[in-house]
Design a protein around this ligand. Structure first.
Ligand code: CMP
Length: 141
């Protein structure tokens, strides 16, 4: 089934000029960009986005990191986009990620892990709506 998922190219990747390398991995695995923008998150936006993690020990440093430099927020579309994106990213901790995944190859640490991807249809819908108005999503085949 054709799905949409939400993706972030995170500060550690943007600052190291890895946007193109990461998009190459995503696009070559059948994920098409249907919306994209570069933004510098403010604290309120970052805290709202990661509200489910509030209270965890990694929450504050995560927020500081996410506002430390610009990010690319984007919507990816493709067959089973949510699952495909998660497979191409690899697991959260780059030390545990399979070789050939974005996180294994590019991420610096479990926090500075280069990319975010929605983990379910419900999160994808929430996360897309958090950053994009419906009319900002482009129709693609
Ligand atoms: P993400 O997939 O964006 O979802 C939550 C983020 O919190 C995660 O990627 C990491 O950037 C960060 N994170 C998750 N677990 C840890 C952890 N144990 N230590 C530090 N950062 C974490």
């Amino acid at each position: 089934e054709v799905e949409r998922t939400f993706s972030i190219i995170k500060p550690d990747a943007v600052t190291r000029n890895l946007i193109g390398s990461i998009l190459q991995r995503l696009e070559s695995n059948g994920l098409s960009v249907v919306a994209s923008k570069m933004i510098r998150l403010d604290r309120e936006q970052a805290e709202g986005f990661y509200a489910e993690h509030k209270g965890r020990d990694f929450y504050e440093p995560l927020i500081e990191y996410m506002i430390s430099a610009p990010v690319i927020v984007q919507v990816l579309q493709g067959e089973d986009a949510i699952t495909v994106n998660r497979r191409v990213m690899g697991v959260t901790d780059p030390a545990k990620a399979e070789e050939g995944t974005i996180r294994a190859d590019f991420a610096l640490s479990v926090r500075e892990n280069s990319v975010h991807g929605s983990d379910s249809v419900a999160s994808a819908e929430r996360e897309i709506a958090y950053f994009f108005a419906p009319e900002e999503l482009c129709e693609r085949d």
